[in-house]
Write a new protein. Structure first.
Length: 280
């Protein structure tokens, strides 16, 4: 039986304090500030993916305007300056610190020790090495949550499109291992259910969030971009509510509903994959 969740946290990537204020009023649970730069441009070259322009000096500005949202800050992948990065974002008001591109238990243990219980620890699993080491990693005390970075993971696995990872059983086994260790699990790619122009129906991704037991969903670029001009706060409220209604629908759905959704998801992903291949 699918576990019913009372609330799926929504995290919006933004380094703009004005958008953060609007997002909080609209019911967003987390503001996601992205400071990762090391190696990101190189590994995503030619993919047309989001490269953050967030500035470290804006972290305290965003932190200062939030009253209900939690501020999550993604630092760089593990390197010699990780302890300093952790200390700086803690000083600036981070409540959740995310370590991307980790590979092994040593890096995770060091990161946990640097945070020292002063913030929620979040790991972003994005590569095959970490995937292969996950059963050892989840045994490390102090991990609060693990997110799956769909884009970088699919690049590491040699797949064509972001949601292909959902169709290969990778997230099924990962979510089972992570939740089995009593660690919160999440992934991204969530957009408005009203975005019918996308190659994959956003409602199918929300269904997978519920089926797999995700507790935090990262809102994708297709959700975020229409609101970055700060001119449509009412529309932001409507779209967040639409996601909440879709979540509620899937939380009350049957196993047969989820099976039918997965079949349709696989067909849409395959069609998208074929269209991408025809472009090259």
């Amino acid at each position: 039986m699918v576990k019913k969740m009372p609330h799926l946290e929504l995290a919006l990537i933004s380094g703009d304090y004005q958008l953060a204020i609007q997002a909080e009023k609209a019911g967003i649970d987390r503001i996601f500030f992205d400071l990762e730069t090391l190696g990101k441009e190189q590994r995503q070259a030619g993919e047309g993916l989001f490269l953050s322009q967030h500035r470290p000096e804006d972290v305290p500005k965003v932190a200062s305007v939030l009253t209900q949202c939690r501020l999550m800050v993604r630092i760089n992948s593990f390197h010699e300056n990780t302890p300093r990065e952790v200390e700086q974002v803690l000083k600036d008001g981070a409540q959740i610190i995310m370590l991307p591109m980790f590979e092994n238990a040593f890096q995770v243990k060091e990161f946990i020790s640097f945070v020292g219980g002063r913030a929620t620890t979040s790991l972003l699993l994005e590569n095959k090495v970490a995937l292969d080491n996950i059963e050892e990693i989840v045994q490390i005390p102090g991990i609060d949550e693990i997110h799956i970075g769909l884009n970088d993971l699919r690049l590491s696995l040699g797949l064509d499109v972001i949601f292909e990872v959902l169709c290969h059983g990778v997230l099924d086994s990962l979510s089972e291992v992570i939740r089995g260790a009593n660690i919160r699990f999440g992934f991204g790619g969530v957009s408005s259910p009203n975005a019918t122009y996308l190659p994959v129906d956003p409602k199918r991704i929300i269904a997978e969030q519920i089926r797999l037991g995700s507790t935090v969903a990262l809102l994708g670029r297709s959700f975020r971009e229409p609101f970055e001009d700060l001119s449509s706060p009412d529309k932001l409220v409507e779209e967040v509510q639409a996601i909440r209604q879709c979540v509620s629908h899937w939380q009350n759905s049957s196993e047969a509903d989820f099976l039918a959704n997965r079949t349709a998801l696989a067909e849409e992903v395959q069609s998208w994959k074929m269209s991408v291949r025809r472009e090259f």
